[in-house]
Design a protein around this ligand. Structure first.
Ligand code: SAH
Length: 219
């Protein structure tokens, strides 16, 4: 056992931030959040040796915890401010939500699998991340009762632009989502809402599990 939850004495963990920097993450607050959140607590026990490798890993319900670089990249692109309220679609392990919670006032995260939502909620609570609320439901519908959101981050790949989520974005809001056909390379799209309309930028190529309609019928 290491002496910290994060395993600071592992070379794997020391490499972790170096890799993020080398790949171009420069925002100090984002790097600090990535350093602070113990990814080992969000992966399955059998993968704990790989917790700080820069790769996606399997989680229950056939889903994945995203690659650290992609988590850091999307977080950096959100340009979070301490007063921001954020919606995440696709809680999964809760890792991305934990990172967001270090940089924003409040995070609402929605997941279609109850099993994943319950596990993530338990982890986040045990780590003391009290400004995250995990809800079970269909992320395509967003969380209208809590809208508008300053930032929205979708962590599963949509095949087309989810208009309902755009509607839940505040003025001057930013939404990031992976867009593209399932099973193929998608691109992270950044939408910025202003009084004159929506501007769209295409960012890096990525590969995410699909954003699926409806709450999961299985647990
Ligand atoms: N952000 C996660 C990674 C999530 S993988 C993490 O840090 O671990 C994508 C997640 O999106 C999966 O858990 C999947 O079940 C969920 N998902 C897919 N479609 C969804 C939808 N329509 N509503 C809510 N969650 C959805």
């Amino acid at each position: 056992m290491s002496t910290s939850p994060r395993g600071e004495h592992d070379t794997g963990h020391m490499e972790f931030l170096l890799t993020l920097r080398r790949r171009g993450i420069g925002d100090q607050a984002v790097l600090r959040a990535m350093d602070e959140v113990p990814r080992a607590r969000f992966v399955e026990a059998e993968f704990s040796d790989s917790a700080y490798a820069d790769q996606a890993l399997p989680i229950p319900c056939g889903q994945t915890i995203s690659q650290p670089y992609v988590v850091a990249y999307m977080t950096e692109q959100l340009a979070l401010q301490p007063h921001h309220r954020v919606l995440e679609v696709g809680t999964g392990s809760g890792y991305q939500a934990a990172v967001l919670s270090r940089l924003a006032r409040e995070v609402v995260s929605i997941e279609r699998y109850r099993t994943l939502a319950d596990q993530a909620r338990g982890r986040l609570a045990s780590l003391g991340y009290i400004n995250v609320e995990v809800v079970v439901g269909d992320g395509f519908a967003g969380v209208p009762g809590r809208a508008p959101f300053d930032r929205i981050i979708v962590t599963a790949a949509a095949e087309r632009m989810p208009q309902t989520l755009i509607d839940q974005l505040a003025d001057d809001g930013v939404m990031l989502l992976p867009l593209g056909a399932h099973g193929e390379t998608q691109h992270i799209i950044k939408l910025t809402k202003s009084q004159t309309g929506i501007t769209r930028e295409n960012l890096i190529p990525v590969r995410f599990v699909p954003l699926l309609p409806g709450q999961a019928q299985e647990l």
